[in-house]
Design a protein around this ligand. Structure first.
Ligand code: ACM
Ligand code: ZN
Length: 554
């Protein structure tokens, strides 16, 4: 035998007999579970013979078990078997825990088994996310040791939202799926999808083909910042695109499997310039209009005095309802100037006919918007759905108490909603607009709309305003962050704005204030950053591997 061959054989033998390196799971993940109780010295050791098991009758848990198998393969390289009703050394999924919150779960680790028992299938899924995030990312060829533990966990808020604007710039279907995966990783359960705006209509509506043929394309786009780069220059390049109904169906299915609900938004009656370009008869002046090529608020909006507008909205929302199973449908309502309505004979006739008189609180035109929203609300209610609207929909005072208010101009909309028994989602722009800069020095940041929201400002936000009584506070169903994309053209840029602020958001959505701690959050981010890298995400580095006493953290 040749000497070199002998050496190889000896070294392989030595390597194989070496004790395998082990890594230990840490359950202090993001968001932090409510209760972690260690239960002894006998851990569970994951190896290639571990089986993932689920109850045979549950298709949902079978699918969820496959996710776990993928997650484990991702971090360890181990391809575990997934089998129904298996015994022995298992990771067992069940949804039998008695708890009144269906998103709650118990995660029990003993020497023989890991059991994830959700109060509902969503709870089991969150147990899985905790287990996955507890594993060190680079566990290939290592034994993963899971300390014996009993975790009991449930979210603080039932509504945990994240938004994406595809009206200004749209993103490929694969990126939307990656976005959903990131939401699931952070236990976010609602994806607010802003599908239409002045600069582009992004969803196929079969009854109105010109929404995609005309309204989805703008002839060019502003270069630079709307407010600071004066005079305005344009790129001269047409920009457009939309999601077909088949793509939407595929994304809805993908999202449901990850226990995320898509809330589609058709923004009306303002932010409708793209639709008016395709159907000018729906505007007060009759046009012609042009899909917007720059950002901002435009005076041309849907005519509220024309029955054809109501017919259009009814037909569009009928297709939206058929595509999206969400109980909540977002009808927009923000930033709708009333200039055209004041001068439009049809709008004024509608004000007169419907008895919408101005009073000390509301102008007649504000009431007209409220009238319009309440008509849309009625048709959606007939289909079993509830509306969400930006906080402007409170103006005019005619919407039903069931309408949910998304408070974005500050917290006042949320306070007014809750004191008037409307459910409210809190998304004040100065804490939760992820299109704002993450760093103080804007020269080091990619192009943006301006302003400054570091991770800490997101983390320190408390969604329930002090002004509310305990009873009123129950109407705050949760916080949401928004990602507007005027200045965000690529998936890489969107990821940069999203991460790691999404992690801070997930903690205010899930964890009670008394358990929040920024120093602990920063240390728990270490493994999350490794997950972002593994998933090839372009995350911002401002808090990357630094601690809370760093000078930039204050
Ligand atoms: C908004 O930011 N216009 C809701
Ligand atoms: Zn009009």
């Amino acid at each position: 035998m040749k000497r070199s061959l002998l050496l190889i054989i000896i070294s392989v033998f030595v390597l194989a007999s070496c004790e395998k390196v082990s890594v230990t799971a840490d359950y202090h993940v993001i968001p932090l579970p409510q209760e972690i109780t260690y239960t002894g010295n006998n851990p569970f050791e994951l190896d290639g013979k571990t089986v993932i098991t689920y109850p045979r009758e549950s298709e949902v848990l079978e699918r969820t078990a496959m996710f776990l198998s993928d997650y484990i393969k991702d971090f360890t390289g181990l391809q575990l078997s997934v089998l129904p009703d298996a015994a022995g050394k298992v990771i067992k999924l069940a949804s039998e825990w008695r708890h009144d919150n269906h998103e709650a779960y118990q995660l029990t680790v003993t020497q023989d088994a890991i059991v994830i028992n959700g109060a509902g299938d969503a709870g089991t899924f969150y147990g899985l996310q905790t287990l996955r995030k507890s594993m060190p990312v680079h566990s290939e060829n290592k034994t993963v040791v899971f300390p014996a533990v009993e975790i009991m966990d449930y979210p603080r808020f039932g509504y945990r939202g994240m938004h994406l604007d595809v009206g200004r710039h749209l993103f490929p279907v694969d990126f939307i799926k990656k976005y959903i995966d990131l939401l699931a990783l952070h236990n976010v359960n609602y994806f607010h999808w802003h599908l239409t705006d002045d600069q582009g209509w992004r969803i196929e509506i079969k009854k109105y083909p010109e929404l995609t043929e005309i309204a989805s394309i703008r002839k060019e786009t502003l270069i630079g910042n709307l407010l600071t780069d004066i005079p305005h220059k344009f790129d001269g390049k047409p920009y457009g695109g939309y999601y077909t109904q088949d793509e939407i169906k595929e994304i809805v299915k993908y999202t449901q499997a990850r226990f995320v609900t898509i809330i589609p938004e058709i923004d009306m009656p303002g932010h409708m310039l793209a639709a008016l370009t395709a159907y000018p008869e729906l505007g007060c002046t009759g046009g012609p209009y042009e899909v917007a090529t720059k950002w901002g608020v435009f005076e041309d909006v849907l005519c509220a005095g024309n029955e054809k507008t109501y017919e259009f909205l009814e037909n569009v929302f009928a297709e939206i309802v058929a595509l999206f199973p969400s109980k909540y449908i977002h009808v927009g309502g923000d930033e709708c100037p009333k200039t055209r309505w004041k001068a439009c004979p049809k709008c004024q006739a509608m004000i007169h006919k419907s008895g919408l008189k101005a009073d000390s609180k509301h102008t007649a035109e504000a009431k007209l918007q409220s009238y319009m929203v309440s008509r849309v609300e009625k048709t959606l209610k007939e289909k079993g759905r509830e509306i969400i609207g930006w906080d402007e929909i409170l103006e005019g005072g005619l919407i039903s108490p069931d309408a949910i208010i998304l408070s974005w101009r500050g917290i006042e909309g949320g306070i007014a909603a809750a004191t008037n028994k409307h459910k409210a989602i809190m998304s004040p722009h100065y804490n939760l607009y992820f299109d704002y800069n993450q760093g103080k020095d804007i020269r080091k940041e990619p192009p943006s709309i301006g302003e400054y929201i570091p991770v800490r400002k997101v983390y320190d936000y408390e969604p329930v305003p002090d002004e509310l009584t305990e009873e009123e506070a129950k109407y705050i169903i949760g916080p949401q962050a928004n990602l507007w994309t005027e200045y965000i053209k690529t998936p890489a840029h969107a990821e940069y704005m999203l991460l790691p602020r999404l992690a801070a958001l997930s903690e205010i959505q899930w964890v009670f204030p008394e358990n929040k701690n920024y120093q602990s959050f920063l240390s728990r981010m270490d493994n999350m950053f490794e997950i972002y890298k593994k998933k090839e995400c372009n995350f911002a580095k401002h808090i990357y591997h630094i601690s809370a006493d760093h000078p930039d953290m204050n």
